[in-house]
Design a protein around this ligand. Structure first.
Ligand code: SF4
Length: 435
């Protein structure tokens, strides 16, 4: 009843480019994609997460790319084509949501590439929705500020769910119970996010209630903690690291081989992009400009929202705290790749590897697509990072959709991690059970 009073009905106007279309959100990470689709629905857009990738994705992606593109692009193209080639699909009623950005690597080329590929195949009626802060998220018209706020809250909340899952699943006493709790929680989160609230405050209250229910669900799961399990920090290229199909379920395989995983989340990239924007404004002498003011305001509200959501889990994530500010992680990268002179995920991954080491993890894995320049540069620097950090094992795993003996490589890596665990100088704190 209370919720009914706090909600409104929203619909995109018939003149909007997304009116009458189904918008598909790529499943870079399942929780994030489903949460983002829910946010779009709250704005009156008919949206859904793209179905999970499979062999057909690989086949179609391979057929419609030239072989030199990054693996994430091949999978994205494959998933898009799977939807467009489905019998009965009207391409004029399809829109794809795509993340985009500028940077030192090929990521910034994804959107123009996909647009031109679809046009060459005769799918020019398909809309590509690629909202960016450079265009003020103008694709959402008057709901642009709502989109920015809700999308951020969706990212933070879905990251929390993923963290709960990873810290619980290795210790569950009933096999499958953590995955089941996660699925149930994600459904609940999406139902909360897809509602159009009359204010940001009303949405925050609903999200906090939802997350408290989720927290209690995970707290009551039966677990048996094993202090002998090595804790592995996972960094790497954002898509391949988070998309379980592209990395051949590396996280689950690590767990099945006896490890626990602490995975770099999605929010971290947003913090890096914000930080990079400030750096660029300073470089261009626009430190005291309207652009800088806008960036400060957005940053302020993002910190506030993150605090209001994540602080509900302070006891649950004790020992698994993320850096208080991205600059804390970037400072660790300074001796290897100074953040002022280098750009992109490689800087974050190097800094975060050291951060993980200091938080007491027993090894670091970098997941990257084959030929990814971020992974290659980091791989050249990891031996130094390891030497400077008590010899912590760090290893790259590359993926391109072909088979390799992953379990054998995981087994070897975990042996190194177990041996490091016995002598590491930085202990890891595990939270006490909270009821
Ligand atoms: S980060 Fe790597 S895989 Fe991703 S777009 Fe850049 S080069 Fe390609």
């Amino acid at each position: 009843m209370l919720l009914d009073r706090l909600t409104v009905s929203r619909r995109v106007p018939s003149s909007h480019p997304l009116a009458g279309k189904k918008t598909w959100v790529p499943r870079m990470v399942t929780g994030g994609a489903r949460a983002m689709a829910a946010v779009l629905r709250s704005l009156g857009i008919d949206a859904e997460a793209i179905p999970p990738s499979d062999a057909e994705t690989l086949e179609l992606g391979g057929r419609h790319t030239g072989g030199e593109e990054c693996y994430p692009l091949r999978l994205t193209v494959g998933d898009f084509m799977k939807i467009l080639e489905k019998p009965g699909t009207d391409p004029g009623k399809v829109a794809f949501f795509m993340a985009t950005g500028q940077g030192p690597c090929r990521f910034g080329q994804y959107v123009p590439y996909v647009r031109s590929m679809l046009a060459s195949l005769g799918f020019s009626g398909v809309t590509i929705l690629a909202p960016t802060c450079e265009t003020g998220y103008s694709d959402f018209g008057e709901t642009s500020s709502l989109y920015v706020r809700s999308a951020w809250r969706a990212i933070v909340s879905s990251d929390i769910l993923s963290k709960l899952l990873l810290k619980t699943r290795p210790y569950e006493t009933v096999r499958g119970s953590a995955d089941q709790a996660y699925e149930q929680s994600l459904d609940e989160l999406c139902r909360t996010l897809e509602v159009s609230y009359e204010s940001n405050h009303a949405q925050m209250e609903a999200l906090q209630h939802c997350l408290l229910r989720i927290r209690n669900r995970f707290r009551t799961l039966e677990i048996e903690y094993d202090p002998g399990r090595p804790l592995i920090g996972v960094v790497g290229e954002i898509f391949c690291r988070l998309n379980t199909f592209s990395n051949d379920e590396l996280v689950r395989r690590l767990e099945e081989s006896g490890a626990e995983v602490w995975l770099n989340d999605l929010a971290e990239w947003i913090w890096y992009v914000n930080d990079d924007q400030f750096r660029k404004l300073r470089l261009h002498g626009k430190r005291f400009s309207l652009d800088a003011l806008g960036a400060h305001v957005r940053n302020h509200f993002q910190h506030k929202d993150e605090h209001e959501l994540a602080s509900l889990f302070r006891e649950d994530f004790c020992g698994y705290e993320e850096p208080a500010d991205i600059s804390e992680a970037l400072a660790f990268a300074e001796p290897y790749l100074p953040p002022l002179g280098a750009n992109g995920e490689m800087v974050v991954n190097l800094g975060k590897s050291v951060y993980f080491a200091r938080k007491g993890v027993d090894g670091v894995i970098d997941i990257s697509p084959f030929t990814c320049m971020n992974g290659i540069i980091c791989e050249a620097l990891y031996p130094r990072v390891s030497r400077d950090n008590a010899g912590i094992p760090i290893r790259n795993f590359y993926f391109d959709g072909s088979q390799s003996d992953l379990d054998r490589d995981i087994g070897i890596f975990l042996e190194l991690a177990r041996s490091y665990k016995r002598k590491k100088p930085w202990p890891h704190t595990r939270p006490l059970p909270v009821l």
